[in-house]
Design a protein around this ligand. Structure first.
Ligand code: GLU
Length: 493
């Protein structure tokens, strides 16, 4: 280990709900950093201009704070190496891309999208992995001059050694070998002049003084390109650790189709941050024997990345429930418990919008319990096959509604009332049914009853992940579509 002061970062991309995988990566980084008395950075990797939103960034920061994480530098706390949002650092990347071009370590590629698509198709047809074929690397100076004169749009690509191997040293996996000719000539700068993840990530890790990178294993195959960039720039590369990805019970990569994945879901469903942290910390435990309840400080003290099992940590909700129950029963006195109940849902922030929705719909305050219980539940009692069947729609149409609404909820870039209303109206239109009936179907799935407080507001307030669970449950009760059905229905949109 180098004798530089240890500095780590977490670098989430703000392209959706705050993911529990981000919490897991943050926890491993936190334990490592604190154990070695290092410093940490939160960097927002918003190079994907289409998918990144400020709302997602805000939610990520809020969720990480809810879990108890802190960082020494970041977009919300400032620091000497800012800005900490990649969208605010374009000039830095342009300069660095230019340096690579000047040194002959990168090249301009003028191939248009059509040529690249045909190239990939041909490669796949002949059983080769899709990869840039180096056409523009072989352009002569006249061809280049012609493109420059014509202002042909270009991207900047990384030059890859034509032979030999790259050895990536990973602290928990050892040496991983890659043949250079199998590494793609990565695009570093897009034709709009903005960087890709690879360039921005390496430049920032260096400029921000990062000594150790702990990130998800999906980035292993990018490591050779990153190491090459460090070499081209003449910089010392950070120590790399690629953490195994969280998995569903069936060992597939943790996905929202099979498991709740948003930190917001766990918060709303009434899990305690310390229980969730404890649960994630179990994946880095030396032995599966002994007491499993541990504080984050215990985890820091015992942390050793080599204890992380490479087999793939399985996200077992029953285990999380068990731990959470123990925290509620064993880890707090009645005052603390009361505080937890208040911070969970009995606070102004959560109650105010609910009270506004309910005010005009009751005759006495004691009506509130019945009317609003669905806001304080995970799975709702009222969502039964019998209740779902009261909706005045063909069962097929009702199944289509839930399936198509769920799909559109998943795809929505923002989660607000206008978007939700737009999705429901669009679905009614495409299925050629009256909005009124679609709303009935959505009421039962959302609240367990045919009528309640204003639907669009209620859905907005419940949040995307709770809604996903409710729609999924309704779909299970009425029968999930076959693959063929799903495909045909999706074509209606
Ligand atoms: N922005 C990347 C992500 O969200 C970070 C990868 C890295 O840590 O290098 O997965």
């Amino acid at each position: 280990m180098s004798d530089r002061m240890i500095k780590t970062r977490i670098a989430p991309s703000p392209t959706g709900d705050p993911h529990v995988g981000t919490a897991y990566i943050a926890l491993m980084n936190h334990c490592f950093t604190k154990k070695h008395g290092g410093k940490s950075i939160l960097r927002i990797e918003d190079t994907d201009q289409v998918r990144s939103t400020r709302a997602s960034e805000d939610m990520i920061i809020k969720s990480l704070r809810w879990l108890g994480f802190e960082w020494d530098e970041g977009p919300d706390v400032g620091g000497p190496n800012g800005p900490y949002r990649q969208s605010e650092r374009s000039e830095i990347y342009t300069e660095h891309a230019q340096k690579l071009l000047d040194d002959g370590n990168a090249f301009k590629c003028y191939c248009d999208a059509e040529r690249l698509t045909n190239m990939r198709k041909a490669q796949m047809k002949s059983g080769m992995p899709p990869r840039y074929d180096g056409t523009c690397l072989r352009l002569n100076p006249e061809d280049h001059a012609k493109h420059e004169a014509e202002n042909t749009p270009f991207v900047v690509r990384l030059k890859i050694p034509v032979e030999g191997k790259c050895i990536v040293h990973d602290t928990i996996r050892g040496d991983i070998e890659f043949e250079w000719p199998e590494v793609d000539m990565q695009v570093l700068m897009k034709s709009d002049g903005l960087p890709t993840y690879h360039l921005a990530n390496v430049v920032d890790d260096h400029l921000m003084g990062i000594t150790h990178v702990m990130r998800g294993e999906e980035w292993i195959s990018s490591a050779p390109k990153h190491l090459l960039l460090y070499q081209y720039f003449g910089w010392e590369a950070p120590v790399l650790t690629h953490l195994p990805l969280l998995r569903n019970l069936d060992k597939s990569k943790l996905s929202k189709r099979k498991n709740p994945t948003s930190i917001l879901y766990f918060e709303r469903a009434g899990y305690l941050p310390e229980a969730l942290i404890n649960f994630l910390g179990l994946f880095a435990r030396a032995s599966s024997e002994g007491e499993e309840m541990m504080t984050i400080d215990d985890m820091v003290k015992d942390f050793d990345a080599n204890n992380i099992s490479l087999g793939g940590p399985v996200f077992d909700m029953d285990k999380l429930d068990w731990l959470n129950g123990r925290y509620l029963r064993e880890n707090m006195d009645s005052e603390e418990f009361l505080d937890k109940v208040k911070t969970w849902a009995l606070n102004d922030e959560y109650l105010k919008p609910i009270a506004q929705m309910a005010q005009t719909r009751i005759t006495k305050l004691s009506d509130l319990g019945d009317l609003l219980s669905f806001f304080f539940m995970n799975r709702i009692e009222g969502q039964t096959q019998e209740n779902l069947r009261q909706v005045k729609l063909e069962e097929l149409t009702q199944r289509q509604i839930y399936h198509l609404v769920l799909m559109q909820f998943d795809a929505a870039a923002v989660w607000d009332k206008e978007t939700i209303e737009g999705i429901l109206r669009n679905t009614a239109e495409k299925l050629d049914i009256k909005l009124k009936f679609l709303i009935q179907a959505m009421y039962v799935a959302t609240t367990g009853s045919m009528q309640s407080v204003p639907l669009f507001d209620a859905i907005t307030h419940l949040g995307r992940d709770i809604m996903r669970q409710r729609l999924r449950h309704a779909i299970e009760l009425l029968g999930a579509p076959t693959k063929k059905e799903a495909k045909a229905w999706e074509e209606l949109l």
